[in-house]
Design a protein around this ligand. Structure first.
Ligand code: GPV
Length: 757
C-alpha cells in the first residue's frame, strides 16, 4: 500500500511550504519505521558512544525503508523535488569525525543485520561548531540543529532518570531517533538530555558559562577542553551519559527476567573509546547496592563489556585527575579505588595501574582490566597496540585482544551519495551488493572491457560536473571539471599532515614560476575543521587559505593549479565531494592513523588512494594490489624506531633538500604576506616545522612528490586509470560495516538476529 504524503501534509503538495513538505515526509518516514518494528531478542547490545555523527536522515531513511522511488515520484508529480528537501534538511552533526561517523555506520549495520541493539549517547543541543572563513582564518559559530524543525526526528520517550553528582542531582529525559535498517526491522538511538538545560548560558558564539552544569551539560558536543572548567564539564557529560545508560540497561534486563547475576545473557555493552568508561564502575556500584558481592559484580560487568580503542596518540587517551572525579562524581571514586586495589594485588607493573603516582586515573586501563574484549580498528593498529602501545596489557591478557577493521555503510556511502555509480553497478551485477557487499567483486569480470571502462569514466565525469555545479550555485566557487580532483578531507590534525599536501602544492607553484607546468590542470580540495583550541591546526588552515589566494591572484598559475579549502566540511558535503574525487589523499604519518574510514568511502566511489602504509590503507593495498594504489613514505616500524631513539632532526632535511627548503621558505615569504598572510600564524607554523615537525613531514616529502607526479602521469592513460578505479570499487566489499558488525557479533557480542521480519 502506498503512503500518501498528502495524508501527512493535509493539503496539496504544491501548496506546501518547504517546512510543511519536509515535516510531511518526515512523519511519513516515522510511521513507516514504526510499522516495520524494531529488532528484539533476549540479549541486546548497548553501543555507548559520546558521538553519533548521523548526518541527514530523510533520503537515507527513505532508501532503507524502500520508499525512495515512490516518495520521489509523488513529489515530482506535484512539481516538487526531493533534492530540494534534501537541501532544506539540516544536518545533525553530533560527532567530531571518524569515531562519531563510525558509530553512525554501525547502528545502520546493526539494524540491517537484525541485531537487537541501541546506540546510547547524549542529545547535544548544538552539534559540532559551524566553521566560517574570514580573513583566511577559521572562526566558529554554534550549530543549533534542533531549531530547524527537526524535533520530530528526535522524539521524547517521556522516560526520566535521576543522575547524582557531587552536591546536586539532575533529571534526564530519554529521546529516541529511529535507525532504519535496509530491508530489515529498525533500531534506535537513545539520547539523553538534562531537563534544566538553558541555552541562555551561551555568551558569545561558542563560549558559555562552563560552571553552570545543570544549565549547560548537554549544550555542546565535546566542549573546548583547553581549560580546567572545560575538562571537568567533560567528566560531568560522560558520567551523565553512562549513569543513564546503566539505569536503562539494568531496567530492561530485569524486565526481560534477568536476576542480574545473569546480566550477560541479556546485555552486551560496547564502550566506544574511553568516553563511556565510567559505565564500568557505575554498574559495579549499582550491582553491589543490590546486594551482589564486589568480586562477583566485577565478573558480571566484565562479561558484559567490550572496549574499542581508536588511537595510539598518547594525548588522546583520557586521564582524569582524581580531584575532578572527587568533585563531579564522589560516589564513584571509592569504586575506582577498589578497582585499583584489585589490580595492584594482582599486577605490579606500573603501566597497568588505574591510578598513577600523580593521582591521575587512566580510563583505558579500567576498560582493559574490566572488559572481556579489547579491540583495535585496523590490522596494523591492533598489532601496534599489542606489540608497542599496550604491550604490558597484552602480556597479561593475550586472549582479550582482537582486531575489528572498521567499515562504512554502503547504503549512505554508495547508494545514497553516488546514484550514477549505483545504477551502473546495478545494471551490471544486480543490486545484491547493497546488502552483500562482497558481490562487488563480480565487477572485476569487466576490467578488460573497454566499453565498461568508458562508462566508469563517464560516471566520474558526471559526478565531477555535479560537484562543480554545486560549488558554483551554492558557494560561488568556480572550478574546472576537466581538472584532476585531488581531495584531502578529514579533521585537521598535524598527524594527518595536510601540511605535507600544502608543501607539495607550493612546490608545484614554484615549478610553474620557473616555467614547468603540469600536464593537466589540478584542483586540490581540502575539507577540514580544526578544534577551536588547536593553534597549529588553525595555522595550517590559515596557510592553505592564504596560498589559495596567492594562486587566484596569479593568472598564469591559476589555470593549472587551484586550491579550494571548503568551508564547514561535514557529512552532507562529504556525500557530494567523495563521489567526485579522482585522488584520495590518505597521507598520515605511518602508525598514527588508527584506521581511517574516509579512505574506504573514496575507494568505494572509485577514487585511487595516494597514501602511507598506515591504518586501513595497508588493507586497501592488500586488496587492490600494487597497480591500483600509490603508497609512499616511511613504514610504521621506521617511524616507531625514530620516536624511540628520538633521533629525528627536521632541520637536516630542510638544509639538504633545496626543493623542500624553497617550499618551507615560501610559507613566510612576500607572496603569502601580500595575500592576507598573518606573519604571526605563518611564522609559528614555519617555526614548528623547522624546530620540531613532530609528525615527520620532511622525511616523506620527496617520496610524496615523486609518487604524486607518477600518479598524475598515469592519470593521463584514461583507460588504464579507469581500470584502477574499477579495481578499487570491486574490492571495497570488505569495508562494508555489515562485515565489521558481523565480526563483532561473532567474536564479542553473540546476539541472535531477529529474523522475524
Ligand atoms: I580517540 N578517532 C576519532 O575520530 N576521534 C577520536 O577521538 C579518536 C579516534 C578516529 C581515528 O582517528 C580514525 O583513525 C578511526 O578511523 C576512527 O576513529 C574510527 O575508528
Amino acid at each position: 500500500m502506498t503512503r500518501l504524503i498528502t495524508d501527512y501534509t493535509g493539503k496539496p503538495l504544491n501548496e506546501c511550504t518547504e517546512l510543511e513538505l519536509f515535516n510531511g515526509v518526515l512523519n511519513l518516514v516515522n510511521d513507516a519505521e514504526k510499522e516495520k518494528g524494531y529488532n528484539t531478542g533476549k540479549k541486546k547490545l548497548y553501543y555507548i558512544s559520546a558521538e553519533f555523527l548521523i548526518g541527514k536522515l530523510l533520503s537515507n531513511n527513505l532508501i532503507n525503508l524502500g520508499l525512495y522511488q515512490d516518495v520521489k515520484k509523488q513529489l515530482e508529480d506535484a512539481g516538487r523535488s526531493l533534492a530540494d528537501l534534501e537541501e532544506f534538511e539540516y544536518e545533525p552533526s553530533l560527532g567530531n569525525g571518524g569515531l562519531g561517523r563510525l558509530a553512525a555506520c554501525f547502528v545502520d549495520s546493526l539494524a540491517t543485520l537484525g541485531l537487537p541493539a541501541d546506540g546510547v549517547g547524549l542529545a547535544y543541543h548544538c552539534g559540532l561548531f559551524k566553521q566560517n572563513f574570514e580573513n583566511n582564518k577559521q572562526s566558529e559559530t554554534p550549530d543549533r540543529w534542533l531549531q530547524w524543525g527537526h524535533e520530530s526526528w528526535m522524539r521524547s520517550t517521556g522516560k526520566h532518570y535521576t543522575v547524582d553528582f557531587g552536591g546536586f542531582s539532575l533529571t534526564s529525559t530519554m529521546y529516541e531517533i529511529g535507525v532504519t535498517g535496509y530491508g530489515s526491522k529498525c533500531g534506535k538511538l537513545r539520547l539523553f538530555d538534562v531537563d534544566t538545560l538553558d541555552e541562555r548560558v551561551i555568551r558569545d558564539q561558542i563560549s558559555f558559562d562552563k560552571k553552570q552544569i545543570a544549565k549547560n551539560l548537554t549544550l555542546f558536543l565535546y566542549p573546548d577542553d583547553s581549560d580546567e572548567d572545560g575538562r571537568i564539564l567533560r567528566v560531568y557529560q560522560e558520567y551523565f551519559m553512562v549513569a543513564n545508560a546503566a539505569q536503562l540497561i539494568l531496567e530492561e534486563a530485569q524486565a526481560k527476567g534477568s536476576n542480574l547475576h545473569d546480566l550477560a545473557d541479556y546485555a552486551a555493552i560496547q564502550i566506544n573509546d574511553t568516553h563511556p568508561t565510567m559505565v564500568i564502575p557505575e554498574l559495579i556500584r549499582r550491582l553491589t547496592q543490590k546486594g551482589i558481592s564486589f568480586e562477583e559484580s566485577i565478573e558480571i560487568v566484565r562479561a558484559v563489556c567490550g572496549y574499542t580503542n581508536h588511537t595510539i596518540l598518547a594525548e588522546a587517551l583520557e586521564t582524569w585527575p582524581r580531584a575532578y572525579l572527587q568533585k563531579a562524581v564522589p560516589q564513584l571514586l571509592p569504586v575506582i579505588e577498589k578497582l585499583q586495589a584489585y589490580v595492584a594485588e594482582r599486577y605490579q607493573e606500573p603501566f597497568v595501574q588505574i591510578i598513577d603516582g600523580n593521582d591521575n586515573v587512566h580510563m583505558a586501563n579500567i576498560d582493559i582490566h574490566f572488559s572481556h574484549s579489547v579491540n583495535g580498528v585496523a590490522k596494523l593498529h591492533t598489532e601496534i597496540l599489542k606489540n608497542t602501545e599496550l604491550a604490558p596489557f597484552y602480556q597479561i591478557y593475550p586472549e582479550k585482544f582482537n582486531n575489528k577493521t572498521n567499515g562504512i555503510t554502503f547504503r549512505r556511502w554508495g547508494v545514497m551519495c553516488d546514484p550514477a555509480l549505483t545504477s551502473l553497478i546495478n545494471e551490471t551485477i544486480g543490486n545484491d551488493w547493497i546488502r552483500h557487499a562482497d558481490d562487488l567483486k563480480k565487477l572485476e569480470d569487466k576490467k578488460d572491457d573497454p566499453d565498461f571502462l568508458q562508462k566508469i569514466l563517464a560516471v566520474k565525469q558526471e559526478n565531477k560536473q555535479n560537484f562543480t555545479d554545486y560549488l558554483k550555485n551554492y558557494r560561488g566557487i568556480e572550478v574546472d571539471p576537466s581538472s584532476v580532483f585531488d581531495v584531502q578531507s578529514k579533521r585537521l590534525h598535524e598527524y594527518k599532515r595536510q601540511q605535507l599536501n600544502l608543501l607539495w602544492a607550493i612546490s608545484v607553484y614554484n615549478d610553474m614560476v620557473e616555467g614547468k607546468f603540469p600536464t593537466r590542470p589540478i584542483t586540490v580540495f581540502f575539507g577540514a575543521k580544526a578544534a577551536p583550541a588547536y593553534i597549529i591546526a588553525k595555522d595550517i588552515i590559515h596557510a592553505i587559505l592564504t596560498f589559495s589566494k596567492v594562486l587566484d591572484a596569479d593568472p598564469d598559475a591559476s589555470k593549472w593549479l587551484k586550491v579550494v579549502m571548503l568551508e564547514n566540511y561535514n557529512v552532507s558535503l562529504a556525500e557530494k565531494l567523495i563521489p567526485a574525487a579522482d585522488i584520495s589523499e590518505q597521507i598520515s604519518l605511518a602508525s598514527k592513523e588508527a584506521s581511517g574510514t574516509g579512505n574506504m568511502k573514496f575507494m568505494l566511489n572509485g577514487a585511487v588512494t595516494l597514501g602511507t602504509m598506515d591504518g586501513a590503507n595497508v588493507e586497501i593495498a592488500d586488496l587492490v594490489g600494487p597497480d591500483n594504489i600509490y603508497t609512499f613514505g616511511q613504514s610504521s616500524d621506521e617511524v616507531i624506531a625514530h620516536y624511540k631513539k628520538a633521533d629525528y632532526v627536521s632541520r637536516e632535511y630542510y638544509e639538504r633538500d633545496p626543493k623542500l627548503r624553497k617550499a618551507v621558505d615560501f610559507l613566510t615569504g612576500d607572496l603569502m604576506m601580500q595575500n592576507g598572510g598573518d606573519p604571526e600564524n605563518l611564522g609559528r607554523l614555519s617555526h614548528e616545522l623547522l624546530s620540531k615537525d613532530w609528525f615527520m613531514t620532511f622525511p616523506d616529502f620527496e617520496d610524496y612528490c615523486e609518487t604524486k607526479a607518477r600518479m598524475l602521469a598515469d592519470y593521463e592513460d584514461r583507460e588504464s586509470w579507469s581500470r584502477k578505479m574499477l579495481m578499487n570499487t570491486a574490492n571495497a566489499g570488505f569495508f562494508s560495516s555489515d562485515r565489521t558488525i558481523a565480526q563483532y557479533n561473532e567474536d564479542i557480542w553473540h546476539l541472535t538476529p531477529d529474523t522475524d521480519k
